[in-house]
Design a binder for this molecule. Structure first.
Ligand code: SAM
Ligand code: SF4
Length: 349
C-alpha cells in the first residue's frame, strides 16, 4: 500500500527507526498510549487567543469522520497499546449526541480512560449522561471568574452564566476533581491569577495556567500579552508556599504545585518557555481524520480515505510514528512552527 502524507511546507521530513510490531513507540523511544480526538472544528465561542471572531472555513459534514469511523480507528489502535483518549475540538459538545460516541469508545477493549475538554457552555443538561456514558474526567476552559470578562474573552455575550451552570452540573454529576484550564493574558486576565490559585485551597480542583501558543490568527495577543509560567509561579509563591506535587491522573505536559494542606493543585503548561516534548506520549486525530504526531508542525497522515476504502490503518499509524518529530518548533510571535494552523481548534488543542 502506498502511504501518502500531507506535508504543508515541510518536505523530506526525516523518518526514524521504530519497532515494527508491538506497542506504539516512536523513533525517540517514546511510548504512545494517548490519542486526542477532535470531533469537530466548530465552536460556539470565539476566544481571543484561539479563533477569529468571524470563525474559520469550517469542514463540510462529509469531510468529518463519523462516530463509527472514529471508533474503528480507536479499535485498530487499541491492540497497538492505545489506552487513553481525550475528546476535544473545536467545542466537542456542539456535535450531536456525543454520549453515543463515548459509549462506543468505552466498550473497546484496552481503553481505560476517557477525558473530555470543553468550554462547558452546553454542559448543563448533558453532564450526567456523559458521566454515565463513560467520561472519566473533565477539563473545563475558564479564563476568568468575572462574568463580563468571560464574555469578552469568549466574544459571546451570555456565555459566563451557562459556563457556571455547566460547572455546577459537572460537580453534581460526580466529575471530581475537575481540571480548569486558564490561558493567561497580560492586561486581560492576569490580575486573577492569585484568585484562581486560591480556588485550589477551597476545592479539589486542579487549576492549570496555560501559556498562549502562537497560531496564524492570534499573533498579536501571543506576542503582546504573553505571560510566562515562571512569572506566574513566582507571583503565586508570594501568597503561599508552593511545593511541587505529582499532579492528578492524566497530568500530561503540566507541572504541578500545591499550597500546604490544599485539596486542589496548581498546574502550569509551558509550551513556550519550557519544552515538555521529551515526555510526549500522544498523537492527535483531527475531525477530518488526519493523524497528527505533534500538535504543531505540518505533518499529518490522512486516515479517512484509506478507512473508507476498507484498508487497514496500522501501517499508516506506524508510518506516522516514524515521522513523529522530537519536539515542536514554536517561537514567540511567529506562526512558522505551527505548520500553517490558524487556530488550535483546527487540530484539537
Ligand atoms: N473548546 C474546548 C475548550 O475550550 O476547552 C476544547 C478545545 S480548545 C482548542 C482546548 C484547549 O486549548 C483549551 O483549554 C484552550 O484554552 C486551549 N487553547 C486554544 N488556543 C490556544 C492557544 N493559542 N494557546 C494556548 N492554549 C490554547
Ligand atoms: Fe472554542 Fe475552545 Fe477555541 Fe475557545 S478555546 S474558541 S472554546 S475551541
Amino acid at each position: 500500500m502506498s502511504t501518502k502524507f500531507v506535508q504543508l511546507g515541510t518536505p523530506d521530513w526525516p523518518r526514524h527507526e521504530i519497532p515494527e510490531s508491538g506497542p506504539m513507540t516512536d523513533g525517540f523511544g517514546r511510548r504512545i498510549e494517548y490519542l486526542r480526538i477532535s470531533v469537530t472544528d466548530k465552536c460556539n465561542l470565539r476566544c481571543v487567543y484561539c479563533m477569529p471572531e468571524e470563525g474559520l472555513p469550517w469542514l463540510r459534514k462529509e469531510e468529518l469522520l463519523t462516530y463509527e469511523e472514529i471508533v474503528q480507528i480507536v479499535r485498530e489502535m487499541a491492540p497497538l497499546g492505545l489506552r487513553r483518549l481525550r475528546i476535544t475540538g473545536g467545542e466537542p459538545l456542539v456535535r450531536r449526541d456525543l454520549a453515543s460516541l463515548v459509549r462506543m469508545l468505552r466498550s473497546i477493549d484496552g481503553i481505560d480512560d476517557i477525558a473530555l475538554s470543553t468550554n462547558a457552555v452546553l454542559l448543563d443538561g448533558v453532564a450526567e449522561e456523559l458521566r454515565e456514558a463513560g467520561v472519566d474526567r473533565l477539563n473545563v476552559s475558564l479564563d476568568s471568574l468575572i462574568p463580563e470578562r468571560i464574555d469578552s474573552i469568549a466574544r459571546r455575550p451570555g456565555s459566563a452564566e451557562k459556563i457556571f451552570a455547566g460547572l455546577d452540573a459537572a460537580q453534581c454529576a460526580g466529575f471530581t476533581p475537575i481540571k480548569i484550564n486558564c490561558v493567561v493574558m497580560r492586561g486581560r486576565n492576569d490580575d486573577e491569577v492569585e484568585t484562581f490559585a486560591n480556588i485550589s485551597r477551597e476545592r479539589p480542583w486542579h487549576v492549570r495556567f496555560i501559556e498562549v501558543m502562537p497560531t496564524g490568527d492570534n499573533l498579536q495577543v501571543q506576542s503582546e500579552e504573553f505571560v510566562s509560567a515562571e512569572e506566574l509561579i513566582e507571583r503565586i509563591s508570594r501568597i503561599g508556599k508552593l511545593k511541587p506535587v505529582a499532579g492528578p491522573k492524566g497530568n500530561g505536559p503540566a507541572r504541578y504545585f500545591a499550597f500546604d494542606g490544599a485539596p486542589g493543585t496548581i498546574g502550569v503548561i509551558t509550551p513556550m518557555s519550557h519544552n515538555y516534548c521529551d515526555r510526549c506520549n500522544r498523537m492527535r486525530l483531527t475531525a477530518d481524520g488526519q493523524l497528527r504526531p505533534c500538535l504543531f508542525g505540518s505533518i499529518q497522515t490522512p486516515l479517512r480515505e484509506p478507512l473508507r476504502r476498507g484498508e487497514a490503518i496500522e501501517p499508516l499509524v506506524r508510518e506516522t510514528l516514524r515521522i513523529k518529530p522530537e519536539r515542536h518548533w514554536l517561537t514567540h510571535g511567529s506562526d512558522q512552527g505551527s505548520g500553517g494552523l490558524l487556530a488550535l481548534s483546527q487540530v484539537g488543542g
